[in-house]
Write a protein that binds this ligand. Structure first.
Ligand SMILES: [Zn+2]
Length: 468
């Protein structure tokens, strides 16, 4: 199967030279990119041609942090004004009624949104397994395969319940042996280490306030034994810092360092509250960071020192984070948040540029996920491409820099075409083979059912605002 994308308004390669090719073309052969260029495209016969006139062509974006099941608990009135710890304590009570049905519909909504905003590879961090619901990651993987997105689910976990000084209720945490056994199972059944793999597993104990030391250490050993990556939340809020100082006698970064959790096979979510020494340590160990500005604003967590992390050598990617704190899975909107997040009070010479945030959304994300076969348009890389039609009101008048326009606009349009591993999964701004109105109706019904079940169990009214 040979496919030619031709006559683009601009091809932005995001390779090391960060080339911008007006009138560019991309030739795809099966699951990989065969050639990229500008001027007359190759004359060889192709099976399909995609006219990219008026369109900017980018490598597929990479999302480095998400909690797909949260898609059904967006902007819950009771926690619209809650910071992280109260938000978690309230929402654990809703998430604990999750089921295969709710995770399936939530994953389809979240992954669909990601595809429509140019994301071709996403991770997920699912860490709450209600009793008897141990196959939720399998359900997400099936949804990702249906939609055609490249997927790196992480086997999340919690092992420190309230009675052990943790934040989550005791009956939603699992014991270490069960977590490690299921981690091994998922690696065995799904992890594909080969180039251009569509599914890879990583291991992800949830956060310093919900896991035991034993789980952190044993998970790191297991991941390294199998060559899979490690992920967790780190230094997200001041409350977490206080918790670590009171519980472990050290700050969060020192805690994970002692657990063997710094290195090029680890990426952290957030990393907002870092000292200059901790930034240097993440940089020198090449520990990755998933920057999630929307979530950090929404929960009042703070602004991560992204410029300093990049300068220190840490791979930094972008993450939309879960939809209970974003409240969407829009990768282009997230890139815009990153563009704006670092400007207030900072010297303009240190502001992130549009190209910086697009680099994080592509190459930085690929580095976090440990992949050298995605994130840029170069011969030999996986055929993950996004075509964005700039003949839209949002982009009108921006012809001086149509690439930057994609992230300067506060109103990113659905992208026109998305190709993942050579397969067209979004066409004409629509998900291929997905009945969106039916999916939305199902999501709303399942979401409401979850909130009503949680309300019946807790006596809380999830439909009323706490500050109403
Ligand atoms: Zn998160």
């Amino acid at each position: 199967m040979r496919l030619l994308v031709h006559d683009a308004r601009l091809v932005a390669t995001m390779d090391d030279a960060r080339r911008r090719l007006p009138g560019g073309w991309v030739l795809v052969e099966d699951d990989r990119i065969a050639a990229v260029g500008t001027g007359a495209p190759p004359a060889e016969a192709v099976d399909r041609r995609l006219d990219a006139r008026g369109k900017v062509v980018l490598p597929g974006l990479v999302n480095t942090h998400h909690h797909l099941p949260q898609t059904l608990t967006r902007n819950v009135p009771r926690v619209q004004e809650a910071p992280l710890f109260r938000w978690l304590v309230e929402l654990y009570e809703v998430w604990r009624v999750a089921s295969e049905e709710s995770v399936d519909v939530a994953a389809r909504v979240g992954l669909g949104e990601l595809l429509l905003t140019g994301c071709t590879t996403s991770t997920d961090h699912l860490y709450l397994f209600p009793r008897g619901q141990e196959r939720l990651i399998d359900v997400e993987i099936a949804a990702a395969r249906d939609l055609g997105i490249r997927f790196h689910p992480t086997r999340g976990s919690m092992s420190r319940g309230r009675s052990q000084g943790g934040l989550p209720p005791d009956d939603v945490v699992q014991d270490e042996d069960a977590i490690l056994a299921d981690s091994r199972r998922l690696i065995r059944e799904y992890h594909d280490p080969r180039p251009r793999a569509m599914t890879r597993i990583a291991l992800a104990p949830c956060s310093p306030f919900s896991v035991t030391d034993g789980l952190m250490r044993r998970t790191a050993d297991l991941a390294r034994e199998h060559g899979v990556r490690l992920h967790t939340h780190l230094a997200e809020t001041k409350d977490e810092e206080t918790y670590c100082l009171e519980t472990y006698g050290v700050r969060p970064v020192e805690y994970v360092r002692r657990m063997g959790w710094l290195g090029p096979d680890v990426w952290m979510a957030h990393s907002v509250h870092l000292s200059p020494e901790e930034v240097a340590l993440l940089g020198s160990t090449r520990t990755g960071v998933a920057h999630c500005p929307s979530s950090n604003f929404r929960l009042g967590s703070g602004v991560a020192p992204v410029r300093a992390l990049l300068e220190a050598g840490a791979p930094v990617g972008l993450g939309v984070d879960g939809s209970a704190s974003n409240d969407s899975s829009n990768m282009l909107a997230e890139a815009r948040q990153a563009l704006l997040a670092h400007r207030i009070g900072a010297d303009p010479s240190r502001w992130l540029t549009a190209e910086d945030v697009l680099w994080m959304a592509t190459r930085g994300g690929a580095l976090c996920l440990g992949r050298d076969d995605i994130g840029s348009l170069e011969a030999g890389k996986a055929a993950d491409l996004v075509l964005i039609d700039t003949r839209r009101l949002s982009y009108a008048g921006a012809s001086s820099d149509p690439l930057a326009a994609l992230v300067f606009t506060p109103f990113p349009e659905p992208v026109d075409t998305v190709i993942v591993n050579g397969r067209i999964v979004v066409e004409g701004g629509e998900l291929v083979g997905v009945d969106v109105p039916a999916l939305v109706a199902r999501a709303d019904a399942v979401s409401e059912g979850m909130l009503r079940r949680a309300a019946a169990a807790t006596g809380h009214d999830y439909f009323r605002r706490d500050r109403a």
